[in-house]
Design a protein around this ligand. Structure first.
Ligand SMILES: [Cu+2]
Length: 278
């Protein structure tokens, strides 16, 4: 039985092309200024490979944009809200988790402070959707890792099937899907946690993995983005979102040192250091 994923159709090629082209605009304006001159029939829309190439250029280009303010993150949220229909802005503390990697190293949310974290839930035995989700995350990671953002961004896959996703399975999975272990983690439950811990965690993130009689799981697809302060800032739903939009959003959070929630010390210190060139 196939897992069922909550996806919907859309994401017109015209939109993808326009958003991507505008994101590389060299004029120092908003990444999403509308440029109606672009042709809908651009060759880009026919080639995911070309799109990825352009998207890598986007990642490189935006990495050189001067520090964004929280104001620009809000602006970007508003623009993504109208242009990327699979984007859902959120602003609340991310659900806490304490899990472990294939080598038994415990990783909790607090350990990821100071990093922008892209989290998603999958299980290795999934026959259809999870492999595609992992491939999509690998695409985004490849773009991010072409830029200095690599040091500030962590990609975290969490298995919802800890019984079957043994350490060996976890170790093999990244290589199969092109995920770079430099800033990617595949986490599972710790030995003393109940078997459904990560499925419960997915519910805290707002979606469900429901086990069926034959070991498959019925589930949706959501990519979560957590900022450097551990706040859950967005969901990208399904697989039809434009990867470059996720990269642009990640970039805004990487550059956002403003603390809108009343704890500004580190951001202020960083700005002072930059001001004095140290
Ligand atoms: Cu799946």
């Amino acid at each position: 039985m196939a897992a069922i994923a909550r996806t919907s159709n859309g994401g017109s090629p015209a939109f993808r092309t326009r958003a991507t082209e505008n994101a590389v605009s060299p004029h120092g304006q908003s990444l999403f200024d509308v440029d109606e001159r672009l042709s809908v029939s651009s060759a880009l829309e026919h080639s995911m490979k070309s799109l990825n190439t352009v998207a890598v250029m986007v990642a490189l280009a935006i990495a050189t944009i001067p520090e964004a303010s929280s104001h620009s993150v809000k602006d970007l949220e508003a623009m993504l809200g109208s242009r990327e229909k699979y984007f859902q802005p959120i602003d609340k503390p991310a659900p806490h988790f304490e899990l472990q990697d294939a080598d038994g190293r415990v990783v909790d949310l607090a350990a990821l402070r100071g990093k922008v974290v892209v989290v998603h839930f999958i299980y290795a035995g999934c026959p259809d959707i999870c492999p595609l989700h992992a491939d999509r995350i690998a695409d985004v990671q490849a773009m991010v890792n072409q830029s200095p953002m690599k040091d500030v961004v962590r990609f975290v896959s969490i298995t919802t099937d800890p019984k079957n996703d043994t350490p060996d399975v976890l170790r093999a999975y990244g290589g199969i899907h092109g995920l770079d272990a430099a800033n990617w983690l595949f986490l599972t439950t710790t030995p003393n946690q109940p078997e459904d811990t990560t499925r419960k965690l997915a519910e805290q993130f707002g979606h469900k993995f429901q086990k069926t009689e034959n070991e498959y799981q019925i589930h949706g697809i959501v990519t979560h983005v957590i900022d450097k302060d551990g706040r859950w800032r967005a969901n990208f739903h399904g697989l039809k979102f434009e990867p470059a939009n996720l990269v642009v959003f990640i970039n805004a959070l990487v550059n956002d040192d403003h603390k809108p929630h009343g704890h500004d010390e580190r951001g202020m210190w960083d700005r002072l250091k930059r001001l004095f060139g140290s």
